[in-house]
Design a protein around this ligand. Structure first.
Ligand code: K2U
Ligand code: NI
Length: 184
């Protein structure tokens, strides 16, 4: 199983690389990796398992964070209506997005960043994502709210982008123009 020992932290060059597309259909090795990533995210939300293995709670992870520079993400998060978004995806791509922005009023964190980085992270409020699931089927997702934030955070990791790259350097808590505040 994946533990925090497998998660690389800022400064590691892999976090700044553009991850490679995964060849379709996915190999058994790639399917195993993606399946373990989803298992990690679920484990990190389980009070007993996360305590036993000292896992930081997470709602998503991207393959580069375990030093695998491939376009794979796993997300397990519920939105404000308690709808579960649980997706293990190959080659996710944002195919369209709103002009309107959103941001978490709590700011963001990252499993690969062992420090607080205060400030608002402007994200697109609504996105459409195309990807291939673990089972090999193509999905088109329309996302908003916290799920949209998580997907953007994880897809950023595939492009070598860290959440704090988006924070306003002059005024980290400047309210992003034309943006919806998301309390989580
Ligand atoms: O990619 C990662 O490092 C996983 C992040 C994803 C994330 C952070 C902030 C905002 C959206 C997504 C971890 O899940 S950080 C821990 C966390 C847990 C619950 C809610 C928000 C962040
Ligand atoms: Ni992160």
């Amino acid at each position: 199983m994946i533990t925090m020992a497998d998660v690389i932290t800022e400064g590691h060059p892999t976090l700044r690389k553009n991850a490679e597309e995964v060849t379709m259909p996915p190999s058994q090795e790639d399917k195993d990796i993606l399946q373990k990533m989803m298992e990690f995210v679920k484990n990190s939300q389980d009070p007993v398992i996360s305590e036993k293995y000292e896992l930081r709670p997470g709602i998503g992870i991207a393959a580069p964070q375990i030093n695998i520079s491939k376009r794979m993400i796993a997300i397990h998060v519920t939105d404000e209506n308690d709808r579960l978004y649980s997706y293990a995806l190959f080659n996710p791509k944002i195919i369209s997005h709103s002009v309107e922005k959103s941001y978490l009023t709590s700011g963001e964190g990252c499993l690969s960043v062992n420090r607080e980085v205060p400030g608002y992270v402007p994200r697109y409020a609504r996105i459409k994502v195309k990807a291939t699931t673990l089972e090999g089927e193509e999905v088109n997702l329309r996302l908003r709210g916290l799920p949209a934030v998580v997907f953007q955070h994880e897809i950023d990791h595939l492009n070598g982008v860290m959440f704090y790259d988006h924070i306003n350097k002059e005024d980290p808590h400047a309210i992003p123009q034309n943006a919806i505040a998301i309390d989580r």
